[in-house]
Design a protein around this ligand. Structure first.
Ligand SMILES: *[C@@H]1O[C@H](CO)[C@@H](O)[C@H](O)[C@H]1NC(C)=O
Ligand SMILES: *[C@@H]1O[C@H](CO)[C@@H](O)[C@H](O)[C@H]1NC(C)=O
Length: 447
């Protein structure tokens, strides 16, 4: 009996050691619960990994093309060469959608009566995320975050630690100043539609060793470092955390995550960090401004477990005063498609440790007088020339240029793996991203 228990402990320790984070996991003490979470998360990553990621890429492009065709081609492809954009916020006409994700739900004036509909609208690698669909609606009524050990019912922290699926909404406008990291558990949607919800001036959102989370329609800004300490990370467990770095959203060893229509700016560390084999993720329709290190996909060259990362970055606007890492990638497979890059001061897309980057149908405007190169690789050419970094249908303006590597024509040589469907035109990008960022959805009106 004793021996079996010991063996089991040894096995679980070894299983854990093989994925032992080289990076700080912010977990001060790996107790039994965290060990189990880490092992289960590793298994989920192995399962979530798509063996033919190009199929996901082509499926995405097919749907965008279909949407463009059905809407009779998006109008207004003027102003190609200007960083000044038609702002969705200023738009007052009848409900208008400019990409297939939005077309799936936004123009229904009764969207608030069927919030779960959103869960059917995801695209790309994160399309399996359904968040709290089918669960209870939990309405946050209290913006406070005074007790991170025993959060008060009605607060966001109380909502996200519940062990059942929940669709979390907000009764009124609120600025939530998190005292420590917000530890989100599996099967949750944080849905800011219908109110102006800001996560600001405190800690950020942490999604660690969990699955199936949707974050929608929030403003996340001025996130700062926090000391850590004892934090309740589920209804039945509290754990000791080390200092949090001040990331807006930190995704660590997690699967099936979708971030949509979020506005992010000025966080102490990254805006969105996705590390430690997190996979099955889409970041879409979001707006990023005033930030240096925007997105880190893979945090350590010594962690090849990140080969399993598969992420879609689509319909986002990387805007004013952005500097670099949009994203900066390691190891995994990244589809960067139909985004609008209007500002970068160093580079837009970078990486190390042979990531695969498929850049399609983006608009890259090199606004800065010296930073014209879109790409950046942190190693000698002899090494990176074999990495697959593809540019396909991207639009380069004001001297922007992308240095491709690897075999650009790989998809057409492997018809069994890829239909080689072209992305929607980069000329449509300022339209497709027109409503990027938090939407001002009002109850009873099309959003
Ligand atoms: C992980 O997967 C392996 C192989 O399928 C299985 O034996 C193991 O029990 C799983 N571990 C956890 C913690 O789910
Ligand atoms: C875009 O605008 C810049 C500056 O206004 C100009 O120099 C350039 O020729 C224009 N056209 C393109 C295709 O970049």
């Amino acid at each position: 009996m004793e021996g079996t228990k010991l063996n089991w402990l040894l096995i679980s320790f070894l299983a854990f050691a093989s994925i032992l984070p080289l990076l700080r996991a912010d977990i001060a003490e790996y107790d039994e619960v965290w060990r189990r979470r880490a092992a289960e998360a590793y298994n989920r990553t192995v399962q979530a990994y798509h063996p033919d990621p190009l199929k996901v890429v082509m499926h995405f492009n097919k749907h965008v093309n279909k949407h463009v065709e059905e809407s009779g081609g998006l109008d207004d492809v003027m102003m190609l060469n200007t960083t000044r954009r038609h702002l969705g916020k200023a738009y007052k006409g009848p409900c208008k959608v400019t990409n297939p994700i939005d077309a799936c739900w936004r123009c229904n004036p009764k969207w608030h009566l069927n919030r779960f509909r959103l869960a059917d609208c995801g695209m790309g690698f994160g399309s399996k995320a359904t968040g709290g669909k089918g669960g209870r609606i939990y309405m946050v009524t209290d913006k406070s975050d005074d007790d991170v050990l025993n959060p008060k019912p009605g607060t966001l922290r109380h909502a996200v630690i519940q062990e059942e699926p929940l669709w979390i909404t907000f009764r009124r406008n609120m600025v939530i100043k998190l005292k420590q990291e917000l530890m989100v558990t599996s099967d949750k949607t944080i849905d800011g539609r219908g109110a102006i919800v800001q996560i600001a001036y405190g800690a950020g959102i942490t999604i660690q060793f969990v699955k199936n989370v949707i974050i929608h329609n929030l403003k996340i800004h001025h996130i700062v470092e926090k000391d850590g300490g004892l934090i309740r990370d589920s209804a039945s467990h509290t754990g000791l955390r080390t200092q949090s770095d001040g990331d807006g959203i930190s995704i660590f060893g997690s699967q099936d995550i979708w971030i949509d229509h979020v506005s992010m700016t000025r966080c102490a560390d990254g805006l969105i960090d996705i590390i430690q084999g997190s996979t099955g993720i889409t970041i879409s329709n979001s707006h990023f401004t005033d930030h240096d290190h925007a997105m880190l996909f893979g945090g350590n060259d010594k962690y090849p477990g990140d080969e399993k990362m598969q992420i879609t970055v689509a319909f986002n606007h990387f805007g004013k005063r952005m500097v670099q890492r949009m994203p900066r990638c390691r190891y995994g497979f990244f589809h960067v498609v139909n985004n609008d890059y209007t500002h970068w001061k160093m580079y837009a897309i970078g990486g190390s440790s042979h990531p695969t980057i498929i850049s399609q149908g983006n608009r890259y405007i090199a606004d800065h007088p010296y930073a014209k190169q879109v790409t950046k690789r942190e190693c000698p050419e002899s090494e990176w020339k074999h990495w697959t970094w593809v540019t396909d249908g991207d639009l380069f303006l004001r001297g922007a240029y992308f240095i491709p590597s690897g075999d650009q024509d790989w998809p057409s040589k492997h018809p069994e793996k890829s239909d080689n469907i072209k992305p929607a035109s980069a000329k449509l990008v300022s339209q497709m991203t027109k409503f990027a960022g938090r939407l001002g959805c009002k109850l009873k009106y099309a959003c």
